[in-house]
Design a protein around this ligand. Structure first.
Ligand SMILES: Cc1cc2nc3c(=O)[nH]c(=O)nc-3n(C[C@H](O)[C@H](O)[C@H](O)COP(=O)(O)OP(=O)(O)OC[C@H]3O[C@@H](n4cnc5c(N)ncnc54)[C@H](O)[C@@H]3O)c2cc1C
Length: 320
């Protein structure tokens, strides 16, 4: 049997680390009025993705430029599992209505603050009056169209009042006030001031139902780089609701610093790329001057391999 501890055969490894990520560990990036994202931990870097991809044909790490080419190739051809080798764990504070959209992304691990166990803090999201818009007439799911300034400010005031009232009711439910006195007897005169005693009221798991969805919650969210990019593609998109998009935009910034080449490839091949239907392609190909395409114009960002793939898509024989 082979001795797997033989030093000549196995190199000792160091944990991959990225200076930017280490510098930012634990520091909150503010989002919305009271929310944040903090990096709690991360695993892996771009070299780890290349290392995983190359294990399939037994080659180790190569030069930085070869790594960049490989990363771009993997992303362009939807080789997803190497990207799943890297993970990030975030601590996120977010309004419940944003969390409801976020939690739909099933390919992550989540631990949320329990409102059955703990009493929620009196923290609600209040939108800026500038972000309040009318229901869009073209997109049933979105906003679009101005509302009078007076109305927008009036609405923000109302949101604050309703939230405050809801939190007062939540506390009343928890304490039992104004229904009982401090001995637990039913309180006859509900108009009198009365000390709150948290033991006398409704269970937390029930009392929370009176709270609106702009109350803040918190969770730890762990996801791998492949599924994180999928999340960002959907939630950093202009079609996503602004209040989740601003979180996605902060994560985009983190990702770009964590894995700049992967980020560049993601922007080139997914975020800013479009796909065409079969009919659209057939139409487009009628317009392409194949001879010209074969002879000329190599986009400066394209590698030789990429240019070949591009010509193939156009049904053009490589000029070589
Ligand atoms: C702009 C926008 C509008 C939306 N509107 C609505 C709406 O009106 N109503 C609504 O209900 N949702 C809505 N959603 C949520 C959306 O339908 C998805 O649930 C959400 O974006 C998560 O995407 P996902 O399933 O691809 O992600 P993940 O859950 O992270 O899954 C990633 C991928 O893994 C695979 N996968 C995961 N779990 C399974 C499984 N059980 N079986 C098979 N494959 C699986 C799929 O390929 C999936 O794409 C909206 C999302 C966006 C971005």
């Amino acid at each position: 049997m082979n001795d797997i501890t033989t030093p000549q055969k196995w190199d000792r490894l160091k944990r991959p680390s990225v200076d930017y990520m280490d510098d930012k560990l634990g520091i909150p990036f503010p989002v919305l009025d009271k929310g944040f994202i903090r990096i709690i931990d991360y695993m892996g870097d771009e070299a780890a993705i290349c290392q995983a991809a190359r294990v399939s044909y037994g080659k180790g790490t190569k030069s930085v430029s070869e790594d960049r080419g490989l990363l771009r190739y993997l992303l362009r051809h939807w080789h997803t599992t190497p990207f799943e080798m890297c993970e990030i764990k975030l601590h996120v504070k977010l309004p419940v209505f944003v969390a409801r959209q976020w939690i739909r992304h099933r390919t992550a691990n989540v631990n949320e603050h329990s409102a059955r166990y703990s009493i929620l803090a009196n923290e609600f999201f209040f939108p800026d009056a500038a972000d309040i818009e009318a229901q869009s007439k073209t997109n049933h799911q979105g906003r679009g169209g101005e509302l009078p300034e007076e109305m927008r400010f009036g609405m923000t005031d109302t949101i604050e009042q309703v939230s405050e009232m809801a939190f007062d009711t939540y506390e009343e439910m928890l304490t039992g006030w104004p229904w009982v006195d401090d001995t637990g007897e039913l309180w006859e005169d509900s108009g009198d001031a009365h000390p709150h005693d948290k033991k006398l009221g409704m269970a937390r798991e029930l009392a929370r139902m009176v709270l609106p969805t702009n109350i803040y919650t918190e969770w730890y969210w762990k996801v791998d780089a492949h599924n994180l990019l999928h999340f960002l593609r959907l939630r950093a998109d202009p079609h996503a609701q602004r209040e989740i998009r601003v979180y996605a935009e902060v994560i985009c910034q983190i990702f770009e610093n964590w894995m700049p080449n992967v980020w560049e490839a993601f922007v080139d091949y997914q975020l800013e790329a479009v796909s065409f239907s079969r009919a659209e392609i057939e139409n487009l190909l009628l317009l392409v001057d194949k001879d010209r395409a074969a002879q000329q114009f190599v986009h400066p960002s394209m590698s030789r391999g990429e240019h070949k793939e591009y010509l193939k898509k156009l049904g053009v024989q490589d000029a070589e």
